[in-house]
Each structure stands twice: as C-alpha cells, then as structure tokens.
Design a protein around this ligand. Sequence first.
Ligand SMILES: O=C(O)c1ccccc1NCC(=O)[C@H](O)[C@H](O)COP(=O)(O)O
Length: 214
Amino acid sequence: MSRIAIKICGLSTPDTVGAAVRAGAAYLGFVHFAKSPRHVEAEQIRALAAPVPPHVGRVAVVVDPTDDMLAQLAAAGALTALQLHGKESPERAAAIRARFGLPVWKAIAVKARGDIAAADAYAGAVDRLLFDAKTPDGAALPGGMGLRFDWTLLRGVAVATPWGLSGGLSADNIAEAIRVTGAPLVDVSSGVESAPGVKDVDKIAAFCKAVAAC
Ligand SMILES: O=C(O)c1ccccc1NCC(=O)[C@H](O)[C@H](O)COP(=O)(O)O
C-alpha cells in the first residue's frame, strides 16, 4: 500500500468496491445526495460496505445534511466518517461530530488562495479537510465534476488539520498533483469513471498504481 492514502469516491456497485479495496484504497466514499449520478441510499451503503475489511474506511459524502438524514446514515452502522461537502460552518461541523460520534471531514471549495486560508476556521472542529475544486455557480453538484484547481495554491501552506487533495485527479495527473502539493491523501471520482457515475475497475487500479509509484 502507498504511503499516500487514497480515497475512491462515488462507489455504488459491489464490483467497484471490491476493485478499490484490492487496489489498496484506504477509504471508500459513498455519495448520499439525490442530485448526484452516484447517489446511494443508506441501506445500499450498508450492503456495499458489509464485505469491506475493517482497515478500509467508509465515508458518507453529504451536502448540508439535516440531523435526520445523518441519523439514518449513522443507523445503518457501516460508516467510519462523514464528509461534509456543502456550506456547513465550523460550528455545524463540530455539532455533527459531537452528536453522531463519527470523524468529520470537511470539503473546502478552492478557487483562490483565500479559500485555503478560510479552512483555518475548521481547525479543531473537523478531523480532516479535503481541498476540492470550487464548482461553478449554479452547477448541479458541489463536487464530483472532474474539475481541478491551481495546485500551486497549496504549495508551502501549513495546514494544521490532516488534509487531502481532490478535484480532477486521474492516473495521468496524480504524480504531478502529489509533487506540487505534497498531499498525504488523494481523492478521486470522475477520474476513475467511464461515464458520470459509472466507475471503471481498470481506471481504479491504474489510479492506485500511479499513486503507489509516487
Ligand atoms: O461525486 C459527487 O457526485 C458528489 C456530489 C455531491 C457532493 C460531493 C460529491 N463528490 C465528492 C467527492 O469527494 C469527489 O470525489 C470530489 O469532489 C472529486 O471529484 P472529481 O473531481 O470528480 O474527482
């Protein structure tokens, strides 16, 4: 397994979950957002996660969730973390962590340097930050669109919270992304798909192999 942790996000079938585990992913992401082509219900997450070995994290990705929604996801019992991918404030993120007793990841939408500085406000409130490309105003999704941001914005930045890099990553660009940012964790969705929402086992393997080579 690579020293750089990998999260394969937006999984929705048993075969692609198996491919991600075999390829060495440290985390599997399950998107619970009705507008997403990757949307899975709480019960599907439970079924998909059931055969996953315990050392592989299972992360539910949600957007400005209600407590009821989170309670339903948590009740399924399969999760090891919650990834907040909306406009959740540091206070809301901390309240979710306290209420549901799961580590919380917060996606930070990045377009300019100030977006990265704004992440400081989440120190102590969340367990991991995920720097992801800001999607355009009015876009259907706040993530999972295969967009990348200027990675040099992260160069030399000291981030107090454990963090990861996301947005537009693929087997073709991951070596450069890691070289520029020094990311300890990388997260991919579109870059391991053959069409939106359709994960490709060969692309998952190629991505993980490329990370392992870094
Ligand atoms: O993937 C989605 O459909 C999605 C929908 C709503 C909120 C977040 C979503 N994805 C979050 C992720 O963690 C993605 O892996 C991340 O945005 C990177 O996506 P990509 O640029 O497609 O690799």
